[in-house]
Design a protein around this ligand. Structure first.
Ligand code: DP6
Length: 345
């Protein structure tokens, strides 16, 4: 059908974390993430002129009704109709699916909201019968995605992306993400991410509620400063191939995120005993083998193990021998750096 648009967009894993927001979904510090390859949301959008009495949005998730998410999308779509005027004149039928399981430590809001933002921007182009310049299109999609979910702004780009004003990057912005344009060292190209499933029960705290905990957090200022410093050191590490530096920053960010949650009011302990045991084993393995391997965490108990592609086999053996017994049903998900969203139709 001519009036159907399909985008697939990836989730991403933050290496420098966005934790704390202000104003209309603006970050308190810059963040940097890696877009994933296999963990994607697929959004199919069909539009037709709206008639009196029509529902504005009909939404299906994996073929089934999901009224709660439909209401969230509906509110979001209304909120961006000033930017995308076509949205007031058409009825939207949206169906979406994910390639990855729920509550696995892979942010579905990032992949979903970026895929939707891309669909909506493509729809505006189709209605206007005019293609926007590519850079402008992506910037617009990133800004719209941000309004849906902050981390989604970064998923509009492949490889590494930066969201938030960053010293030394004059084109960086709090309004949208930009691709990291540095000369990435080969060791960080095609970086692997194995997501170790510690516990797949639903989140105890939504990320929106989590961000709010930073409002009166006693360590807030120090945290935002720490993120800026980590950002200024991570970018050269990515270019120079300095895996030790990369690893110390990435682990510091992950553990600081959880430290902030543990020291907020109310407090949250999202790490599980097995997460801590796994972290110890990863550190021992790294000390013993001197291999480039590190980990990060989302706002949950599941670990993301990061390492270069060339060490895939030895890491696989390590997982099978030392980590698998710690994992929920022995489960892990293999992913890695991806090239960003793809328009399917
Ligand atoms: C810990 O982007 O999910 O994953 O803007 O409220 O939708 P909202 O929050 P969200 O927060 C992500 C938090 C994080 C860190 C990160 O991705 O940078």
């Amino acid at each position: 059908m001519k009036n159907t648009i399909i985008w697939e967009s990836p989730s991403n894993i933050a290496l420098i974390k966005y934790w704390g927001k202000t104003g209309i979904q603006l970050p308190c510090n810059p963040s940097l993430s890696m877009s994933l390859k296999h963990s994607v949301s697929r959004f199919e959008l069909t539009y037709s002129p709206i008639k009196g009495g029509d529902k504005k949005l009909i939404y299906l998730f994996e073929g089934k009704e999901n009224k709660a998410f439909e209401a969230k999308l509906s509110k979001f779509i209304d909120s961006v109709s000033n930017d995308l005027p076509c949205l007031t004149k058409y009825q939207l039928k949206i169906s979406s699916s994910n390639t990855f399981p729920h509550s696995a430590g892979i942010a579905s809001s990032a992949s979903a909201m970026s895929a939707l933002a891309l669909c909506l921007c493509s729809m505006q182009e189709a209605i206007d019968e005019m293609e926007m310049p590519r850079d402008f299109f992506l910037q617009k999609a990133s800004r719209i995605a941000r309004l849906g979910s902050g981390s989604a702004s970064r998923s509009v780009f492949g490889a590494y992306a930066i969201w938030g004003e960053t010293e030394g990057l004059s084109n960086s912005s709090n309004d949208f993400a930009i691709p990291f344009k540095g000369n990435i060292h080969p060791i960080f190209k095609d970086l692997q991410d194995t997501i170790l499933m510690m516990d797949s029960s639903p989140k105890k705290v939504s990320s929106t509620a989590g961000h709010a905990l930073m409002k009166n957090h006693p360590y807030a200022d120090a945290r935002f400063q720490q993120a800026r410093l980590n950002m200024s050191e991570l970018m050269p590490a990515l270019e120079q191939g300095d895996f030790d530096k990369f690893s110390s920053i990435v682990e510091n960010e992950a553990l600081s995120l959880h430290g902030l949650m543990m020291s907020s009011n109310p407090s949250y302990t999202l790490l599980k005993p097995n997460t801590l045991i796994a972290i110890e084993r990863i550190k021992d393995f790294k000390d013993k083998t001197q291999l480039p391997i590190t980990f990060t965490l989302d706002a949950g108990p599941n670990l993301h193990l990061l390492y270069p592609k060339e060490n895939e086999n030895v890491v696989q053996n390590f997982i099978e021998q030392e980590l698998i017994e710690l994992l929920e049903d022995g489960k892990y998900i293999q992913d890695g750096m991806g090239d960003g969203p793809q328009r399917i139709r």
